[in-house]
Design a protein around this ligand. Structure first.
Ligand SMILES: [Zn+2]
Length: 115
C-alpha cells in the first residue's frame, strides 16, 4: 500500500544516514483491498539506493487485515514499488540528468525508455 501523507525521520551519524523511519500521518490505517481498519503487525526493513548507489535502510510498518487475511507493507510514495531507487533519482535520470547517478547504463536506458 502506497502512502502519500507521511513524515520521514532520518537517523544520522557522522553525516551518514543510518536508517529512515516512515511515519504514516493518516489514522486509522485502512486496508487498500476491503477498506477495513488494519492493525499494526511488525516492521520490515527494505533498502533503497540513492543516486550515488549507497544503500539506505528504510523501516516500513506492516499491517494485518483481519477481514481479508492479508499483510500490507506501507510504502511511502518517495519510493516506487519494486524499484531499488528512490523516485527522485528515477525522475532525474528519466529527464536526462545522470551527472551524479552511479547506477549502470542498462538501468539508465531502461528508465529512459519508459518515459
Ligand atoms: Zn482487508
Amino acid at each position: 500500500m502506497v502512502i502519500k501523507n507521511h513524515s520521514l525521520s532520518f537517523n544520522i551519524s557522522l553525516e551518514q544516514i543510518l536508517y529512515i523511519t516512515v511515519q504514516n500521518l493518516d489514522y486509522p490505517v485502512i486496508c487498500p483491498i476491503c477498506n477495513y481498519e488494519v492493525k499494526i503487525r511488525d516492521s520490515k526493513r527494505r533498502y533503497i539506493k540513492d543516486e550515488t548507489g549507497q544503500k539506505i535502510p528504510l523501516n516500513l510498518k506492516r499491517y494485518y487485515c483481519s477481514r481479508c487475511n492479508k499483510l500490507h507493507t506501507e510504502i511511502p510514495d518517495i519510493i516506487e514499488p519494486y524499484k531499488q531507487y528512490d523516485s527522485l533519482t528515477i525522475e532525474k535520470v528519466k529527464s536526462g540528468d545522470i551527472s551524479s547517478f552511479a547506477g549502470d547504463d542498462s538501468t539508465i536506458r531502461n528508465w529512459q525508455r519508459k518515459k
